[in-house]
Design a protein around this ligand. Structure first.
Ligand code: C2E
Ligand code: CA
Ligand code: CA
Length: 430
């Protein structure tokens, strides 16, 4: 189905969207739609077209039909809420094998071919292979369907089974969440909170980490643990990170101007997926110029997962960032992989010791020795260290004894809005 159809269907049916319980504000521009809307009688897809989307039916009913080679028409059955339609075209590049027409007003949740391809790329190659093989066989059966007389009886059973599968897999929730997240930034639902980094020898704030939140219109404020994995799987993180980078730089500029302290820095979280885009470096540089922030005031927080890719492109981009003066910090250091062999290959400047070690270091010897090991690694390799999740004075004392001087954690401050942060700084924490 082409996007022109999408638009016209959506515009004609915008009154339907208002009735959706989950989306109070409907934006008729198609790129910002969470759902596609079709009136009864409209064709959602036509046999032979090249398709670029599949749809979950949220409400309404559709009729599936195909035209045989002799021109005669075959009704394949109907589908209702919970069914998936048009999935074949997003798995391979084949034409639509059937036509689908709305027989009631329908609300559809779209899965684009590019989202699906990305999800498949992120999964095991076995999943991709099996999916394509099953499809190949299914298309083969359909091609022989000239000899099949009647699908309608079978379709009812199929429809029930499909609905059960969709409900059990909770994939509908995921697709809905992804579609909602896609429009979240444009609707100004994403926001950042800032958590200070403290120099424990003086108590002064030396910088901040930008942490993303989603102010969902229905669910309220959602923490990153609940949406970042989905955003990474779907590739939606790329735009979100860019938004966060710009937003955080803009905030840092205001904070530096107001406090007169140009040494304050901003640390921004990056996902491995962000580095798949070759123009990331250009984006960072142009955003720095646009916001008036120096490269030295920016820390990029990456994970070990990114370095383990051993990608030339990643290495080059990180080197370019470092050459400009940005710092590169490894987040959650120590939890993921024990291989240290790759560390020296990358232009890393900071290791952030994971919260779990800091939390347990007083009660657990292994955590304590890991913290010590990471700190001696830092001093041997010339990295700075930051202790994450410092909650108690005992931890502060111990870290200072171990000569780890920079920390982040509830002992000093929780993540907060820019406004609250300004107050915090004005109260003498700067
Ligand atoms: P992270 O990067 O390790 O961020 C630190 C997390 O620990 C934050 O959780 C912060 O609120 C929490 N934290 C800080 N101090 C303490 C403490 O003393 N005790 C405890 N219990 N927790 C503390 P948050 O904001 O929920 O973020 C969770 C994770 O989500 C982050 O972990 C990061 O991996 C990811 N994330 C957040 N924002 C972004 C973003 O903009 N982009 C990407 N890619 N990931 C993000
Ligand atoms: Ca982080
Ligand atoms: Ca961390």
């Amino acid at each position: 189905m082409n996007s022109g159809n999408n638009n016209s269907a959506a515009e004609q049916s915008s009154d339907l969207a208002v009735s959706s319980s989950l989306i109070p504000a409907f934006d008729p521009s198609s790129s910002l739609q969470v759902e596609k809307l079709y009136r009864a009688g409209e064709f959602i897809m036509s046999q032979g077209d090249i398709g670029d989307s599949a749809y979950f039916i949220q409400s309404g009913r559709v009729q599936i039909s195909l035209t045989r080679s002799d021109g005669s028409k075959l009704l394949m059955g109907q589908r209702g809420a919970g069914s998936l339609i048009g999935e074949m075209a997003i798995v391979d590049d084949g034409p639509r094998s059937a036509s689908v027409q709305a027989i009631e007003d329908c609300r559809l949740l779209e899965i684009t071919k590019s989202d699906f391809t990305r999800a498949l790329r992120n999964s095991s190659p076995i999943v991709g292979l099996v999916t394509r093989l099953i499809l190949l066989r299914y298309r083969d059966v359909l091609q022989r369907s000239d000899i099949i007389r009647d699908f309608t009886g079978m379709a009812t059973v199929l429809e029930q089974q499909e609905r059960v599968h969709a409900e059990e897999s909770r994939v509908l929730d995921l697709v809905r969440m992804a579609n909602e997240f896609r429009v979240a930034a444009a609707r100004q639902q994403l926001l950042l909170e800032y958590q200070p980094f403290i120099d424990m020898t003086t108590g002064a704030v030396i910088g901040f980490e930008a942490l993303m939140r989603w102010q969902h219109p229905v669910r309220g404020k959602i923490g990153p643990d609940q949406f970042i994995p989905m955003a990474e799987d779907t590739g939606l993180i790329v735009d979100a990170t860019r938004w966060a980078f710009k937003e955080a730089c803009t905030a840092l500029k205001r904070i530096q101007d107001r406090t007169g302290n140009r040494a304050l820095f901003m640390s921004i979280n990056f996902s491995a997926t962000d580095f798949d885009e070759p123009d990331l470096f250009d984006y960072l540089i142009s955003t720095l110029a646009e916001t008036g922030v120096t490269a030295e005031s920016v820390h990029l927080e990456i994970t070990e997962r990114l370095l383990l890719r051993k990608s030339e492109q990643v290495l080059r981009m990180l080197q370019q960032c470092r050459a400009q003066g940005m710092q590169v910090a490894i987040d959650d250091f120590g939890i993921a992989y024990s291989s240290l062999s790759y560390l020296h290959l990358y232009p890393v400047s900071i290791l952030k010791i994971d919260y779990s070690f800091i939390k347990n270091m007083i009660s657990d010897r292994t955590s304590m020795s890991l913290v010590k090991t990471i700190l001696s690694l830092c001093s041997n390799m010339g990295f700075k260290s930051i202790a994450e999740g410092v909650e108690t004075q005992d931890q502060v004392d111990l870290l200072l004894e171990l000569e780890c001087t920079v920390a982040q954690g509830y002992r000093f401050a929780k993540p907060m809005s820019e406004q609250a942060l300004m107050k915090f700084l004005e109260q003498g924490h700067g």
